[in-house]
Each structure stands twice: as C-alpha cells, then as structure tokens.
Design a protein around this ligand. Sequence first.
Ligand code: NAI
Ligand code: MG
Length: 356
Amino acid sequence: SPRVSAHLAVLAGDGIGPEVTAQAVRVLRAVAEAYGHIFELEPALVGGAAIDATGAPLPPETLALCQRADAVLFGAIGGPRWGPSDKVRPEQGLLALRKGLGLFANLRPVTVNPRLAAASPLKPELLAGVDLVVVRELTGGLYFGEKRRDAASAFDACVYTVPEIERVVRVAARLAQRRKKRLTSVDKANVLETSRLWRETAERVVRTEFPDVALEHQLVDSCAMLLVTRPAAFDVIVTENMFGDILTDEASVLAGSIGLLPSASLGEGPRGLYEPIHGSAPDIAGKGIANPYGTILSAAMLLRLSLGLAPEAAVVEAAVADALARGVLTADLTRERPVGTEEAGTAVIHALKRLA
Ligand code: NAI
Ligand code: MG
C-alpha cells in the first residue's frame, strides 16, 4: 500500500480494556514500522474511567477527538463500581459515541480457527469453513422506540424508516461484494410490519444497486437454528437491532471464546469504531491474563475499513492465526500452560514481522 498518515483515537476504558488495547496498540505500531506508515495514536478517557476523572462517561474532548480522528480503537467499559441504578453509567459513553459519530452498522465477523474447534461446544465437523459476518442495525427498532409504562401494562415501539433500512443494507451488500457475494437478510416478515418494510427495502436496494449479490430472506427463528446447525452456509447476514443483538451473541459461541472476536461500527464515511465484542471482564481484570486477540483483530478491521490498508489487515489476521496455530493460547482457550496478555501480543508481533 502507499504510505499512509493516520490519526487514531485510543479509548481503552475500564477493566481489561486497557490491557487488551495496549497489545493492539503495539501491533499497530509494528504495522506502521513494517510498512512505513505514520500512525498518531492519541489516548482519551471513556466509560467509568472518564466518570471517575470528569463526572461524564464521554467527556466533550473525547468526542471531539474521535470526530477529528480517522478511526477509534475502543477497549471495553463498565464494571461493578458503577451500579445499574447510578444516574451516570459507563455504557452511556459508548451509546453517546455511536450517536456522535453517526455509526449505524455493527459488523461482527466470526471465523473458526481449526486449532480451536475443540474450545467450541459445537462439533468440529459443523465448524469447518465457518466464515461469516453479521451486520446489525444499531440505531433503530425496539431499543430506541418510544417506551411507556403504567401500573398494569408496558409498551415498547418498534420503528424503522426506509432510509434507516437502506443505509445498513448498503453496508452489508458492499461487504458481500468483497466476499462470497451472498447476503442473507433476516426478519420476522410473517408477523411484524417493520419486518415487511425491511424485506421489501432490502429486496429493492440489492436488486437495483447490487445485482451481483445473491440475496435471500430468512425468518429470525430459522436463522437462529441454522447458525448452529449449518453455520458454514452463511456469508453476510444483515438484520435489525434486536435480532442482531441476539444472533451476534449466538454466533460468537462458534469461535470458542468471546475473547477472540472483533467488531466494527460504521457510518456513512470511512470513520469507524473498532472494539472486541467482550466487556470489561471485571473477574479477570488486573491479572494480565485477558485474551487480546479480539482487540488485535479489531485493529485489523480498522486498517482495512477505515484506512484502506487491506494487505496490512490480512497480515495482522494471518499473524494472529499463526500465534494460535503455534499454541500461543490465553487462559480462556487452554488449561495447559496458558500465556499472558502481553506474551500473546508479542507472539503476534513476531509473526507479523516475518509475514510483512
Ligand atoms: P464480559 O464480556 O466482560 O465477560 C464475560 C466472561 O467472559 C467473563 O467470565 C470474562 O472473564 C470473560 N472474558 C471476556 N473477555 C475476555 C477476554 N478478552 N479474555 C478472556 N476472558 C474474557 O461480560 P460481562 O461479565 O457480562 O460484563 C462485564 C462488564 O462489561 C459489565 O459492566 C458490562 O456492562 C460491560 N460490557 C461492556 C461492553 C463494551 O464495552 N462494549 C460489552 C459487554 C459488556
Ligand atoms: Mg449484546
């Protein structure tokens, strides 16, 4: 790739967030060194750490930095110190950041490393060849609809507009074009009006704008079943907010550990937010044993999707696969002589230097 100069915001957050983010930062520096890029990595406060320091989960200067930056690398936020009944909570930082950056599509790739098939509860033969991405709509649906409550009843509205559906379907269809060109749109069109609009809109957008992508529609209940019975049959899945929340957690089980999986949140432009799918893991925080691979793979997605550095991203992914293949496994992946967080990061950097 031609030399790139990029400004990256690094929001490490709480719990194991700083531990895993530190390893992804080391890997990004190694990429810059190997390829002659210049990455300016600027840290900022978010979540509980930001509440403790400033009273706000997303300080204005953190949002301003993220809006200036080419991309955001995010660790994790939250923990037992900031209770569910507190008025100001760490998770509000992530929601405000998604909103402030206009992020509406959450991408969660799931691949299964053959070395780790045993870590998954599913049979290894079912897992062979799994390589899928779930694209979840992030801003609409039940989670953001009007809510009401009286003594005897409760109400949650599910609303989707045509532009909201169009833009996330476009993200998914573009992604499918760079993969196996197969897109599965998931809805509940036999019951829900929003799902009927979703299905019609997906059909029109893909047919008129992405004629090379093969689109199929699936009901969410049958998709949930197929994800564990025939996971290798999927390429790209696109779905609304709540269905995506549930299906992405289900799909994450395929890989064997939550610590392995990356994610990207995208909007209209190239700027995105990249984070592992796991949380702040208070039960293991501070011990130096967290799995950093999901965060390192999130940094690879950042290179590919926000900076246009696809070859570098592929090398980082290959370096993680190499470390796994050599048995450099953290405690969530093995009981026999697990390595620590930093050792796993070092193994990736060694592999990267060989592969770059
Ligand atoms: P969690 O993902 O933090 O942890 C679930 C289990 O997986 C724990 O046993 C943990 O030790 C393990 N785990 C997670 N990441 C790991 C890694 N990299 N390596 C090894 N093991 C790992 O979810 P939990 O416990 O439900 O939530 C903890 C806190 O994180 C809560 O405050 C929650 O609100 C927050 N959270 C934050 C998210 C974010 O920042 N995007 C997402 C999910 C939860
Ligand atoms: Mg979830």
